[in-house]
Write a protein that binds this ligand. Structure first.
Ligand code: ADP
Length: 189
């Protein structure tokens, strides 16, 4: 299996690039943000809970997020591989994913981390807010909180994969196609 963790701060372009990787490598795309938003829209119990955190730009608690992610993997038993987008976002999530995948006799192949400077992130997210309809995209203080949460809780997850020699940093500035090429090269070498 090819199991990719697509990593990087909010606004780095994970969703855009995930769509391209899915098409090229025939993977199942699991975006925790998208799954939460679908639950919010459907007013499920999970959605009601997640919304309280997402609207502030905070992380949804690990326990809830991990359970949801695992059930999504279980639903796709015949997948050739997965792109994890927005997960793991804490070291505890990374450890849980490792245990879970090893019980399924598989593992993460590589973490690809999109590298983009903070000012560019804020610009991209505010621009995306014009048509994303996401409350957490429209307000600069919430965006700054998401970046702060990324810096304090999520960035360290890179160390977890670096220690296993599975971490690759990708320059996230350029055209969509240029960045895709960098990702393909990183996967194939
Ligand atoms: P972005 O990468 O632009 O911040 P996402 O769509 O990945 O957007 O996530 C939106 C929000 O969903 C996050 O700010 C967070 O509140 C919640 N969320 C997504 N993934 C996770 C996760 N793995 N753990 C906890 N919360 C998460």
């Amino acid at each position: 299996m090819l199991n990719i963790v697509l990593f990087g701060p909010p606004g780095a372009g994970k969703g855009t690039q995930a769509t391209k990787l899915v098409a090229k490598y025939n993977l199942v795309h699991l975006s925790t943000g998208d799954i939460f938003r679908a639950n919010i829209k459907g007013e499920t119990e999970l959605g009601v809970l997640a919304k309280q955190y997402i609207d502030k730009g905070d992380l949804v608690p690990d326990e809830v997020t991990i359970k949801m992610l695992e059930s999504e993997v279980e639903k796709n038993g015949d997948a050739e591989g997965f792109i994890f987008d927005g997960f793991p976002r804490t070291t505890f999530q990374a450890e849980s994913l490792e245990t879970f995948l090893s019980n399924k006799r598989t593992e993460i192949t590589v973490m690809l981390a999109l590298d983009v400077a903070e000012d560019e992130l804020v610009k991209r997210i505010l621009n995306r807010a014009k048509d994303s309809g996401r409350a957490d995209d429209a307000d600069e203080s919430i965006i700054r909180n998401r970046i702060e949460v990324y810096n304090t809780q999520t960035a360290v997850v890179a160390n977890f994969y670096a220690a296993k020699d599975k971490f690759k940093k990708i320059d996230g500035i350029g055209s969509i196609d240029e960045i895709s090429e960098r990702l393909y090269n990183a996967i194939e070498k």
